[in-house]
Design a protein around this ligand. Structure first.
Ligand code: ARG
Length: 276
């Protein structure tokens, strides 16, 4: 998913992506109904755990200030990517962003449906390594609880949903073409979990990042086409009704041989998990 943003935003994203992924440099193979790169629009009412992260101060109001995705894992807990909280992405240190919000129940960012909830606390994974992109997760605490129906269960270690070949869906409001066409409405694309051997071969180590099987998984289609993209970061990868990954990085979007890389949820440290 990619989104149509103001130029400044694209610039910010591109900067953020420079560490995490090759940004918008090369064309993505055309796909029939490309949205979130090769996906299609979905109703937020059917996937209420997908949320948008917003700061109108930093990103303007056109798309409700959306700049990353997130997922509800507890009534007051949202997980997102650690890199979404970086100065590279925000354009300012996190403590200077005073209007950081989570938007739930709003599929179309041009409307005022759903709820906007202030983030009262941000906990960045102490093991996050911006160089390799390992451990790319942060937990946001909400100032008010969401109903239990918003919560998506998390996969644990050894969950069968991690088996290579498993079908999974990735959600977001990000770039739908790789050329900075940010979506106004929520999109999802179906991808497949790939084996660690395939992921290691795709990303043996470069400026984009290095694949680490312990903390990451990768997913996509060998022929490319369907993938997450800039602006989708922090959003959920869901298989068999459970959260298995968070959009983290990749080389371009939807390119053959360059699958999307996700934060492995089963490896998220306890301190970032919601209390029961
Ligand atoms: N780093 C990007 C972001 O901040 C997400 C990139 C995901 N790329 C991919 N090809 N799956 O939004």
């Amino acid at each position: 998913m990619r989104r149509p943003f103001a130029r400044s935003w694209t610039g910010v994203l591109a900067t953020a992506a420079a560490a995490a992924a090759l940004p918008l440099a090369s064309p993505v193979p055309a796909s029939a109904d490309s949205v979130i790169v090769g996906g299609s629009p979905v109703k937020v009412s059917e996937s209420p755990w997908v949320v948008a992260l917003s700061s109108r101060d930093r990103f303007g109001g056109t798309r409700s200030g959306q700049f990353c995705g997130g997922v509800v894992t507890g009534s007051t807990t949202v997980l997102t990517a650690a890199h979404c909280m970086s100065e590279d992405v925000l354009g300012a240190p996190l403590d200077r962003v005073t209007d950081l919000k989570v938007i739930a129940g709003r599929g179309d960012l041009g409307t005022s449906e759903g709820k906007e909830i202030l983030v009262s606390h941000v906990k960045i994974n102490p093991e996050y390594d911006a160089h390799s992109n390992s451990g790319d997760v942060a937990a946001l605490t909400l100032a008010e609880p969401l109903p239990e129906g918003y919560v998506l269960p998390m996969a644990g270690e050894g969950d069968p949903a991690y088996k290579p070949g498993t079908q999974a869906d990735v959600y977001g409001w990000g770039d739908t073409t790789g050329a900075g066409d940010y979506a106004r409405t929520l999109h999802a694309a179906q991808v497949r979990v790939l084996s660690d051997a395939v992921c290691e071969k795709a990303y043996p180590g470069s400026t984009d990042g290095t694949y680490k099987a312990k903390t990451m998984l990768c997913a996509g289609e060998m022929l490319g086409g369907r993938d997450a993209c800039q602006g989708d970061s922090g959003g959920p990868l869901v298989a068999q009704g459970r959260l298995i990954g968070l959009v983290s990085w990749g080389s371009g979007c939807g390119r053959p041989g360059s699958p999307g890389v996700y934060t492995r949820i089963s490896d998220v440290p306890r301190v970032l998990r919601a209390r029961a």
